[in-house]
Design a protein around this ligand. Sequence first.
Ligand code: SF4
Length: 441
Amino acid sequence: MKTPTVGFVSLGCPKALVDSERIVTQLRAEGYAMSGSYEGADLVVVNTCGFIDAAVQESLEAIGEALAENGRVIVTGCLGARTDHGENLVAKVHPKVLAVTGPHAADEVLAHVHAHLPKPHDPFMDLVPPAGIKLTPRHYAYLKIAEGCNHRCTFCIIPSMRGDLVSRPIGQVMREAENLVKQGVREILVISQDTSAYGVDVRYKLDFVGGRAVKTKMTELVSELAKLGVWVRLHYVYPYPHVDEVIPLMAEGRVLPYLDVPFQHSHPRVLKAMKRPASGERNVERIRAWRAVCPELTIRSTFIAGFPGETEAEFEHLLDFLREAQLDRVGCFAYSPVDGAAANELPGQLPDEVREERRARFMQVQEEISAQRLARKVGTRQWVLIDEVGPKGAVGRTAADAPEIDGVVNVRTGRRRIGVGDLVDVKITAAAEHDLQGTLA
Ligand code: SF4
């Protein structure tokens, strides 16, 4: 009898990717086969994103394509939770889908798969590695430490889709991390909606890691991960005071000197209107203090230009902040209203051209800063984790580059043979706008 086969399309952020991995892992554990093509699959699961309008469109198109090519489609993810005039948006646009769930609903998705494509009889449980099947390349993996968010930023609808913060116990998170390392993962990317708030919901409850009682708290988690001997990269860190405690670990080389801090703006009034967490902190001073402890710290951030009510003076404040903060990697979105977000009701909505023009001015200022900071690396030696190897050379990343969102290093390897996942010593010879070039040292 043919093994029931499921196709999987995973869209959206790393958090959605982790949900996809859970579902795929469970399906494999139950004996389902996975297919990389629509034709080879008996049914297709589409994990969607519903964060901004462009993502909604992309997700709706992906569902349409899966329906046209395969015909039997189950939809999950953030878009699955969205409604339009009280009706489920996905079911309204694509009434032929077999089932729709919201995000973080692995059990529900599995139940739908079982109903439409019954489980095979003899699952080969042993074929599934202990940390599950990863959709990322073997040498790096995302580690989701919590789900949901206690904040209510006015431009965001994630809390209404994913609920309040729920932290995973630190023992469970560390077991997953240890299993990943055993499987050959060389870089762990810590993710959640608000990494600095890890454990707040469970009042930093004690749990066991290797027989020791350890608090479910960000600083403790980072110290534990630092013992694993792999790269540890922190994403979505808000600048709460206790973040200062992890900077010395970065200076000592125990975790990557890299912080992904979504500042979104600099002006106190705009931050207040956005209802951003940690908005009262003096961020330029904090950044200076972090760099005094750890000069090689790379800071990545994201911003919104043209938020409702933003005046020209407030926008200039943001540009001044950029010039002072000298961030390394920065993304900027022109404000775009998200269906259901509180910011849509704020007075002073700006015309599209103003939002777009501010975004372009922002990027002009930042691109120069980023390029200058990157150019300083020419002539230095950097450890590079290799992501791809081709006939003429290899592509990898330094501690300053997260996969997918930051730059890369193009490495000339000459006759030396290196493999994906190798950590190699590279002399940096040139810098472009985003990427570096180098040769093996
Ligand atoms: S911190 Fe704000 S932007 Fe981030 S998930 Fe929570 S509500 Fe959304």
